[in-house]
Design a protein around this ligand. Structure first.
Ligand code: ADP
Ligand code: 5GP
Length: 212
């Protein structure tokens, strides 16, 4: 008989969104490093590669005609235009992975979150990160050193619009102290794994318990 630790369960889709610069990439990396059961869903994008990014690891970088062909071929679970570029979540892997009990992390925006929720509501866990203040958001975008002043200004202008989607999420965490924020997000992941509906092995386990 399975012990409760090895009970079969269905995987989940863990979505982390935030206004650009609030820290979702940082928290995602910490989660992936700390949790070997979680794997990143690598998105396809038409935006130019940034220094330090690896094609196939951070994103799959393609040109617009290739992206459009993928949309046509129904390659994506969801896709959206963000900051003038196209981004999409590939369908392959995720659906089969969920059945096999694998968990996927999604670093996607609110539009993608809505689409995934409409398609796969019961598998989705939506977490939204907020910055502690607008000034701190600007400091983080500037300090990251990856974007020009124009791009930072555009991201700041979009931040209020992005923040307004906070109520489309199951959990909202303010990313003030990074370690505290990480601990909170990890607790959410752990608790969601234990949801009764996800523990597909429970029925058999409980039947055995009641027979003994
Ligand atoms: P996003 O992926 O949401 O655009 P990043 O994870 O790239 O944001 O974070 C933006 C910048 O802010 C990075 O330089 C990161 O190191 C820094 N950062 C993230 N979280 C914190 C935090 N809690 N305190 C201070 N700096 C942070
Ligand atoms: P960046 O270019 O800074 O990596 O990401 C810009 C925005 O696009 C972020 O808000 C990020 O969450 C979002 N994004 C990344 N991949 C996807 C995706 O596959 N689908 C959607 N809808 N948004 C994405």
């Amino acid at each position: 008989m399975d012990s409760p630790d090895t009970l079969q369960r269905r995987g989940l889709m863990f979505i982390l969104s935030s206004p650009s610069g609030a820290g979702k990439t940082t928290i995602s990396h910490m989660l992936l490093k700390a949790d070997s059961e979680l794997r990143l869903s690598v998105s396809v994008t038409t935006r130019p590669i940034r220094p330090g990014e690896i094609d196939g690891q951070h994103y799959i970088f393609v040109d617009q005609p290739s992206f459009d062909a993928m949309v046509e071929d129904e390659h994506f679970l969801e896709w959206a235009h963000v900051f003038g570029h196209s981004y999409g979540t590939p369908k392959a892997q995720v659906k089969a992975g969920l059945r096999e009990g694998r968990d996927f992390l999604f670093d996607i925006d609110w539009q993608g979150t809505q689409q995934l929720y409409q398609k796969l509501e019961t598998d989705v866990v939506r977490v939204f990160l907020l910055p502690p203040s607008i000034d701190e958001l600007r400091r983080r975008l500037t300090g990251r050193g990856t974007d020009s002043a124009d791009v930072i200004q555009a991201r700041m202008e979009r931040a209020r619009g992005e923040i307004s989607h906070w109520d489309g999420y199951d959990y909202v965490v303010v990313n003030d102290d990074i370690d505290l924020c990480f601990a909170k997000v990890r607790e959410i992941l752990h608790a969601e794994r234990m949801k009764r509906a996800r523990q597909t092995g429970l029925i058999g386990f409980v039947r055995e318990l009641m027979r003994d």
